[in-house]
Design a protein around this ligand. Structure first.
Ligand SMILES: [Zn+2]
Length: 473
């Protein structure tokens, strides 16, 4: 949703300009301050004003609009809005504070949320009606998000002429706001206003001297882009052990902008990694059915059909070994899988797309899930403390999807995952078995992929070649 809200548009630089045309020097100066302060509420181009200038506490809101104070009335026809301001000294302070209005009907004040401060406490502090708070929280599905306010951020409080709370705006950041608006019947409606970012393509090349992370940072890549890059090539390159000084990477990726400001990075569109002289290229492609993946320029998948390991944050506690002494049974018994020691409750992921063919208790395996992947492959996950909710025998699961949690059910001396990999019913070592590639682009989409990836591939090759040429000069 784009902002279509007067709140985010009513105070604009043109207003600031206009206000300077005022005949009264003092008024014009004050207005400029107001406009600047208010403008700062809505953009981050202007540094946020100090707390002194924006902490507005009004002893009596109903006295704010004084028809007599005509000097303080500023009519800006171009905006077809009326801005009123006046100044009130805060008791015990010499500083003048300012109050501004966006229209005849709304008076705004800003409340900086302090650590440990609840919405309820903020309502008390600002003498707001608690029943309005209740109405806002229960206004609709979005209302409860007001309960997640965080210290350091701002709440904008708007009052109408009768002194009632008319608006409540929580600024998560410049581009993401919650806004409650009082309706004529006294209830509230709550909206989530998110500005959409516009992607622009950016590209960069780098050379490995230290690590992908450090050398990536050195050429201006964000942590997120580096992690994405690592994820794309992790199937082909052991980025922790097999990088060499002089390896190169080139990446085309999205930079995201809102109102011309860089707000983050988006997807990697294409990338090349030259590892020990071998070039590997990856292109992002979304097929007409909506499936997004990375492919080689020939349309083969960058992914394998299986992840090497079904669990993060675990260490291998027992290898595949056909002559192992069993730790519980204390006699030679083949260990036809790999054990990963991990704390109880650690999520276990299916290593490939497939269908659950067994899910239940099975002797020494304890709680076990067996997944069939196509015709010839199956994987097994044992000793689970519990299964993933909502799945059953026959459920389709996708690579990386959680199927259960580490435990020590069955014959196990401590919490661990026992993982087996079988091809045509025969046990294979999951750590060394040659993993098949994931499916290539479907035949019917191949022409579409070739057409759409053409330009990116040639740009990737050009940039990569330039980078190599520059380095060897
Ligand atoms: Zn085991």
């Amino acid at each position: 949703m784009q902002y279509q809200n007067e709140l985010f548009q009513s105070i604009t630089p043109s207003h600031i300009k206009k206000s300077k045309h005022s005949k009264h020097l003092l008024l014009s100066a004050t207005c400029a301050i107001i406009a600047t302060a208010s403008y700062a509420f809505f953009t981050q181009k202007t540094a946020l004003p100090t707390a002194d200038t924006v902490t507005l506490t009004l002893p009596d809101i109903t006295t704010k609009i004084e028809p007599k104070k005509k000097d303080n009335l500023l009519i800006d026809n171009s905006l077809d809005k009326v801005a009123i301001e006046h100044t009130t000294p805060i008791p015990g302070e010499n500083k003048r504070t300012t109050h501004s209005m966006q229209s005849l009907s709304t008076i705004w004040q800003e409340h900086k949320i302090k650590s440990g401060e609840s919405l309820s406490a903020i309502f008390s502090k600002n003498k707001l009606n608690k029943s309005d708070l209740h109405k806002i929280i229960h206004a609709n599905d979005i209302g409860p998000q007001f309960a997640t306010i965080q210290p350091g951020k701002s709440l904008l409080i708007g009052h109408n002429i009768s002194g009632e709370l008319s608006h409540l705006v929580y600024k998560k950041n410049t581009y993401d706001k919650l806004k409650a608006t009082r309706l004529e019947n006294g209830t509230f409606t709550v909206e989530h206003l998110v500005k959409k970012a516009t992607p622009r393509i950016s590209s960069t090349s780098g050379t490995i001297h230290t690590s992908l992370f450090i050398d990536g940072k050195n050429v201006g890549l964000s942590d997120k882009t580096i992690m994405q890059l690592a994820g794309i090539f992790a199937w082909d390159i052991d980025l922790a052990h097999n990088l060499r000084e002089g390896d190169q990477f080139t990446v085309f990726y999205e930079k995201l902008y809102i109102d011309g400001n860089l707000t983050g990075t988006g997807n990697i569109l294409a990338a090349e990694f030259i590892n020990q002289g071998q070039s590997i290229k990856a292109i992002r492609y979304q097929d007409p059915s909506g499936k997004i993946s990375y492919y080689t320029p020939e349309g083969d998948s960058m992914r394998k059909a299986f992840l090497r390991t079904p669990i993060d944050f675990a260490r291998i506690s027992s290898h595949f070994n056909l002559r192992r002494k069993h730790p519980v049974l204390n006699r030679i018994r083949a260990h036809k899988g790999v054990d990963y020691a991990a704390s109880r409750g650690t999520p276990i992921k299916t290593t490939g797309d497939g269908k659950i063919i067994f899910r239940g208790r099975k002797g020494g395996y304890g709680n076990v899930v067996i997944i069939q992947h196509g015709q010839s492959y199956s994987t097994l996950y044992a000793h689970m403390s519990k299964f993933k909710k909502g799945q059953h025998i026959g459920s389709r699961v996708h690579q990386g999807q959680v199927v259960g949690y580490v435990g020590k059910t069955g014959l196990a001396s401590g919490p661990h995952l026992h993982y087996e990999f079988r091809i045509n019913g025969k046990h294979r070592n999951p750590l060394t078995v040659k993993l098949p590639n994931a499916n290539p682009i479907q035949k019917k989409y191949k022409a579409d992929f070739m057409e759409k990836s053409k330009t990116l591939i040639s740009e990737l090759e050009q940039l990569s070649a330039t980078h190599v040429a520059t380095r060897t000069q």
